[in-house]
Design a protein around this ligand. Structure first.
Ligand code: SF4
Length: 179
């Protein structure tokens, strides 16, 4: 794996100067310093461990600092089968995270219940919290998890700073009964 480099923001260039917007700089800074909270319940969590290991090295994205406190995390990574009983706990973890926050459903179980089409398994975490990126696979390989993280980086980088106060976003939270 190569070294991850940070791109130069769009703007105007001249000899010895560059003009760009504050929002673009902020977007690049935020997207390269995401603190994930790994909510791992089963096998997909093992793939995540491999993704954090030296071969795949998620730290290249500024993510070596995992957070096990929702209050100090901005990316919730849900990996594994989520029983219906765990739904309210997952929602509580999500609501304890400060805005702005993002969510990845890693693997088939978190995305749709996977092979466990049973009475006790939540058929996708988007039944209880909003999801930004879905990573397919059972289990997804570390490359797929990294791809999901890069899709989140794109969202973070390009999100207007006012989005979280927009009526659309408030409406999304209301739909999930998150106040
Ligand atoms: S998607 Fe497959 S590998 Fe991942 S938690 Fe479910 S059963 Fe395990």
């Amino acid at each position: 794996m190569g070294i991850k480099t940070v791109e130069i923001p769009e703007g105007y260039f001249g000899e010895g100067y560059q003009l760009t917007s504050f929002e673009k700089i902020l977007g690049i800074a935020k997207s390269n310093s995401i603190w994930p909270l790994p909510f791992a319940t089963s096998c997909c969590g093992i793939e995540f461990m491999a993704t954090m290991g030296t071969n795949y090295d998620l730290a290249r994205f500024g993510m070596e600092r995992l957070s096990f406190s929702p209050r100090q995390a901005d990316l919730l990574m849900v990996m594994g089968t989520i029983a219906k009983k765990m739904g309210p706990i997952l929602k509580q973890v999500y609501t304890q995270m400060a805005e702005p926050k993002w969510v990845i459903a890693v693997g088939a179980c978190a995305s749709s219940g996977g092979i466990f089409d049973t009475y006790s398994v939540l058929q996708g975490i988007d039944k209880v919290i909003p999801v930004d990126v879905y990573v397919p696979g059972c289990p997804p390989r570390p490359e797929q998890i990294i791809d999901g993280v890069m899709r989140i980086q794109d969202l973070v980088k390009n999100e207007p700073s006012r989005r979280r106060n927009s009526p659309e976003y408030q409406h999304l939270l209301e739909k999930y009964q998150i106040g």
